[in-house]
Design a protein. Structure first.
Ligand SMILES: [Mg+2]
Length: 360
């Protein structure tokens, strides 16, 4: 989660044309479940090798996803399944949306604070941990966020539920993704990354085959409302997606960085731009294959619980829960709670609440 620096300028002009509904028919409950559970699986696959070089991550992904060897030794546990802060925070976001019927910034800030102060957070990012301490000491949510140019992926990694809840209202999606981002990350690139993740989920719910270029063109238009240069990078994936992972990573790992900046990460860093781009690349390279998407997201090395969590949310939203490996679904856990059954129930309740909201 280390912050990175770049020379980006920002723009904040709501563009026309984002008001039309991206959803032809209401998305099914199975897609909502797929999104939440898919995020947790990606997170849990990547977590044991977070920060490790590509060769270690590649070997680990193949072992878990292709050979079915699920003995991870992660956080003292000997079996696959523990997910981390990415998915804990996404789960809390969906809980809040369900309870309030919309994004309630004060409620979500309180949920972040509670998760961190209780000690239940797993693999906490430094920036969000610092903000949680500020919130706990009484700093207001609109003042607590880490200031620019720190621009980690901590607010993008949890943004998928915004894409579920606001899939039929792009303007509201953009506003909500930005507002939830600002609680912890004030850099506008973080908000742009959150819009990219939430927007990709929303577009994946449509129930139509994904065609890369128009998918990215529409997503880029939404991101452009927040930051023009991140939007350009998002659209650039339409050129990079045909490259092999080894070739694509040479472009995407450095996206948004100053020329000559020499990051300390092998693979994809925790800087918001490369990690969001890599999650999109992983998904769009194999939209019909959840396992391949997670393998691509993890094998690159670096901050791979987060790249795989975001890619897993997109893929799960597109393919529905029935396309996710059952053996991995059943192993999910958050320290003995919030396993597959509870996550499924939450996504189902959230979907019902969303339908109820939509029908009023
Ligand atoms: Mg994590």
């Amino acid at each position: 989660m280390s912050p990175a620096h770049s020379i980006r300028s920002t723009a904040s002009v709501l563009s026309p044309g984002v008001g039309r509904s991206p959803v032809a028919t209401p998305a099914s409950k199975e897609k909502w479940i797929g999104c939440l559970v898919g995020q947790c699986i990606g997170d849990a696959v990547g977590a044991p090798v977070e920060g490790l070089p590509p060769k270690d991550c590649k070997r680990h992904a193949e072992k878990v996803l292709r050979q079915g060897l699920l003995d991870d030794t992660f956080l003292g546990q000997s079996r696959f399944g523990q997910y981390t802060d990415d998915s804990q925070l996404a789960r809390e976001l969906l809980l809040g949306l369900t309870e309030h019927g919309r994004l309630d910034v004060a409620d979500y800030a309180a949920r972040i604070t509670r998760l961190f102060m209780s000690g239940e957070v797993v693999g906490a990012g430094k920036a969000t941990a610092e903000v949680a301490r500020r919130l706990a000491s009484g700093v207001a949510p609109d003042e607590a966020g880490i200031a620019a140019p720190s621009a980690g992926n901590g607010s993008a990694m949890r943004a998928a539920p915004i894409g579920l809840w606001y899939a039929d209202d792009p303007s509201a999606l953009i506003a909500a993704a930005r507002e939830q981002s600002r609680i912890t990350h004030q850099d506008v690139r973080c908000a742009a990354g959150a819009v990219a993740v939430a927007g990709a989920v929303a577009l994946s719910l449509r129930g139509r085959p994904i065609v890369t270029e128009p998918f990215l063109a529409e997503l880029s238009e939404w991101v452009r409302c927040i930051d023009q240069t991140v939007a350009f990078d998002v659209y650039q994936i339409s050129s990079w997606v045909t490259l092999s992972p080894d070739a694509a990573v040479t472009f995407m790992a450095r996206a948004g960085l100053c020329p000559g900046f020499d990051g300390e990460w092998a693979g994809i860093s925790g800087y918001v731009v490369p990690s969001v781009l890599w999650s999109l690349y992983s998904f769009l390279r194999s939209p019909d294959d959840f396992v391949q998407t997670i393998e691509t997201a993890v094998a690159v090395g670096g901050d791979v619980d987060t790249t795989a969590a975001m890619a897993g949310a997109m893929s799960g939203a597109y393919l529905s829960v029935s396309a996710l490996p059952q053996t991995l679904c059943e192993r999910l856990t958050d320290q003995g709670r919030w396993g597959f059954a509870e996550l499924t129930a939450l996504a189902g309740q959230a979907h019902a609440a969303w339908q109820d909201r939509s029908s009023k």
